[in-house]
Design a protein around this ligand. Structure first.
Ligand code: SF4
Length: 286
């Protein structure tokens, strides 16, 4: 399984790493069958050479897998230089990063990578509530995620912070919404992406659902949570995206300009309560 953000749909994907260096998140089914490793440059270069014959004009590249910044400075520097050599029209390289993988880099290191076209980092904030975050078994804390995001931006890169609607279930939906907004207000990423929780088979979260220890939100409750999150968001400039396959209501908006409009749209959908205004359950995906 290889995953990438929706905005990387047009990018060529090269696996700089295999798997995820964390691999502990209770909701994530992505890389459970893969042991994390950093791939050798010879294999990466060979793939770039082959791909450059088929897509000589490619402008965007995505470095996979789940937390490719964990490849470290040397591999990333070499992979960026190689990508620039084989794709002369390249405008941007993107990858997933995390508090864990960003920590070892200095701002200067990241600046050097940005000068080599690695200018976009997707960081999974998931939630801004420390207690809920501790329960998902991901490395770090919300504050560490905010610090990682600020470091990426200080290096001149674009940070995309991903949050997951419904991550706290029914029990702490308000805490999740409000504290996630507060964390985003602190970090101020240039992009925010909201996904909607899907309970994937064979994950620890699925086991919790089965034994009744986690109560999922219902369709419209996800929208109420999103509304509360947006109501608590400060007016700072960012692109807000909820256009992932998991979302019930696709949104792509420019904040702060569109924030009140998006909230009003959610309010009208909630007041009507018609499921036909939303993406049907069987069309949602990870
Ligand atoms: S860091 Fe990302 S890829 Fe890795 S286990 Fe967590 S959600 Fe999955």
């Amino acid at each position: 399984m290889v995953i990438r953000p929706p905005s990387e749909a047009e990018s060529i994907i090269f696996q700089i790493t295999l798997g995820c260096s964390d691999n502990g998140c209770i909701f994530c089914p992505a890389y459970k069958e893969k042991k994390f490793s950093v791939r050798g440059m010879a294999a990466i270069e060979k793939e770039m050479q082959t791909a450059s014959r088929a897509f000589p004009d490619a402008r965007r590249i995505f470095f996979a897998d789940g937390d490719a910044l964990a490849a470290g400075m040397q591999t990333l520097r070499d992979a960026c230089v190689c990508a620039i050599r084989y794709f002369p029209k390249l405008s941007r390289i993107a990858l997933y990063g995390s508090a864990k993988s960003i920590e070892p880099f200095s701002v200067q290191d990241l600046r050097e990578l940005a000068s080599l076209k690695l200018t976009m980092v997707y960081i999974g904030f998931e939630t801004g509530d420390p207690g809920i975050y501790a329960g998902i078994h991901k490395y770090g804390t919300p504050d560490k995620n905010a610090a990682a995001c600020k470091k990426v931006m200080a290096a001149g890169m674009t940070a995309n912070a991903t949050v997951i609607l419904g991550l706290a279930g029914t029990e702490r939906t308000a805490d999740h919404a409000v504290n996630t907004a507060h964390l985003l207000n602190d970090a101020r990423p240039q992009q925010i992406a909201a996904l909607t929780l899907m309970i994937a088979e064979n994950t620890p979260l699925a086991a919790r659902v089965q034994r009744g220890a986690f109560s999922e939100l219902k369709t419209f409750e996800y929208l109420s949570e999103l509304k509360m999150m947006l109501e608590n968001l400060d007016d700072f400039p960012c692109i807000f995206m909820a256009d992932h396959a998991s979302n019930y209501l696709p949104v792509r908006a420019r904040f702060p300009r569109d924030r009140r409009r998006v909230i009003s749209e959610i309010e009208s959908i909630l007041s009507v309560g018609d499921l036909r205004t939303l993406v049907p359950e069987n069309r949602r995906g990870l």
